[in-house]
Design a protein around this ligand. Structure first.
Ligand SMILES: Cc1cc2nc3c(=O)[nH]c(=O)nc-3n(C[C@H](O)[C@H](O)[C@H](O)COP(=O)(O)OP(=O)(O)OC[C@H]3O[C@@H](n4cnc5c(N)ncnc54)[C@H](O)[C@@H]3O)c2cc1C
Length: 391
């Protein structure tokens, strides 16, 4: 959103944004409300995005994608959210494929990336979090034990989103006991798990019903057999590979938050102009105007950090601090805008048909996932400010 009369921001991919907005018009509030009530997956929306090539934005042209920079992918997700839609149903494909791209073998890239780019294969699932280890990823317990030309996987993941709507999953599992690993960050490995082969033997999935419509699950592995050729990169180095993808994930999620904030601000501004009480629009009262204006300022500041983080990422520079700050500031700005939007709508903020309560529920997630606010602050304290390590 540019303030009235202002040109689009430099490098804002205006053509791509306009195409995404046009696509999203076919998926209005009623569509999302219906899915929300049924807790159903937005299959038609994901299909439309796939067919339009948006989910292949980051895949290099050599593999059939568009080879766009991360800033373009961020623009796509921002517009999806600013249009009132939700990218959570498919955003993972944008960043999970980066692990194959950066660390996969030539054979793995040739085997998977072109099919992902043309929408024949879905790589939507990412199995990292476990019930007992949570944020403490290095304590995860799912094991992958080499037996000849295969690995045998046993254990459990939680919050594995979209696995029921995916053909492939990236799985982080322990290949060396924690006390046998040379370094604390070694001993974990990343695998491509083919869910089409494995679904019937060795994997069971239990959906988790959450406060918003998010196809997330618990996944149990019982002697799941994974071909050794599906190991990505070197055995034991998986944590490093996953970490490398997290900056991209944080920047893209931050862009979704900016989109949400724009949606809330737009919705609140429109309502404040239309709703007449005491013979004047409620938006004529400064008590109603100021929270909207504050949310706008907060969003614009966060947007600058998202753009800065994406620019550093695209230039191949270290962007750990900026990616974390972008995620923190954008999640805070969108949550503040969500709260403001409910307040501006008064009682109607709670009514389903206004979509505000749905977006409010959906946006709450970003304070916790994919990384919680505390963990971002802890990163900044330790790695940027040099404060003593807390955990
Ligand atoms: C809807 C949803 C979808 C998700 N999708 C996926 C997915 O697809 N794949 C996947 O792998 N994971 C997924 N996650 C998991 C998500 O990344 C985690 O929920 C998140 O990282 C937090 O971990 P946790 O829930 O285990 O919380 P915990 O690690 O148990 O933490 C609980 C609270 O304690 C705080 N805390 C913990 N340690 C510290 C510390 N040292 N200092 C200060 N505060 C601390 C945290 O900030 C948090 O607020 C999803 C989660 C949700 C809710």
């Amino acid at each position: 959103m540019n303030a009235p009369g202002q040109p689009p921001d430099a490098g804002s991919f205006e053509d791509i944004r306009a195409s995404v907005r046009a696509l999203c018009q076919a998926f209005p509030g009623e569509y999302w409300r219906g899915l929300d009530a049924e807790r159903a997956y937005p299959a038609a929306f994901v299909k439309a995005l796939t067919e339009a090539g948006f989910l292949a934005a980051l895949i290099p042209e050599d593999y059939g994608g568009s080879g766009l920079p991360l800033a373009a992918a961020a623009a796509i997700l921002e517009e999806i959210h600013a249009s009132g839609c939700n990218g959570a149903a498919c955003h993972a494909q944008m960043y999970t494929m980066g692990t194959i791209l950066r660390h996969g073998s030539d054979a793995q890239k040739a085997r998977y990336l072109p099919d992902i780019a043309r929408g024949a294969l879905r790589l939507q699932a990412f199995g990292v979090t476990e019930p007992t280890s949570g944020t403490d990823t290095l304590s995860l317990r799912t094991t992958a034990v080499r037996q000849g030309d295969r690995y045998v996987v046993n254990g459990q993941k939680i919050w594995t989103s979209r696995i029921e709507h995916s053909d492939l999953m990236l799985l982080l599992a322990r290949t060396a006991p924690r006390d046998k690993a040379k370094k604390r960050t070694e001993g974990l490995s990343v695998f491509i798990v083919d869910l089409r082969e494995g679904a019937s033997h060795g994997i069971s999935i239990r959906p988790i019903k959450t406060m918003m419509n998010h196809a997330t699950t618990e996944v149990f592995f019982d002697d799941l057999s994974v071909p050794a050729e599906n190991l990505i990169g070197a055995e034991g180095q998986g944590f490093r590979y996953i970490l490398a993808g997290m900056n991209a994930e944080r920047i893209l999620i931050a862009a979704e938050c900016i989109g949400d904030a724009k949606w809330f601000i737009d919705k609140a501004s429109s309502y404040a102009k239309e709703r007449v009480l005491f013979d004047r629009p409620i938006g004529q009262n400064q008590g109603v105007q100021f929270p909207i204006a504050r949310a706008y300022a907060q969003m614009r500041a966060a947007e600058l950090m998202v753009a800065r983080a994406a620019a550093l990422y695209d230039a191949g520079e270290n962007c750990g601090a900026e990616a974390n700050m972008a995620k923190l500031l954008a999640a805070d700005a969108s949550w503040a805008a969500a709260d403001m939007c409910v307040q501006t709508h008064g009682g109607f903020g709670f009514a389903e048909e206004f979509d505000v309560e749905r977006k409010f529920r959906e946006n709450r997630l970003y304070q916790v996932a994919p990384i919680s606010t505390n963990l971002v602050l802890s990163y900044l304290a330790e790695h940027v400010l040099g404060l003593p390590r807390s955990y």
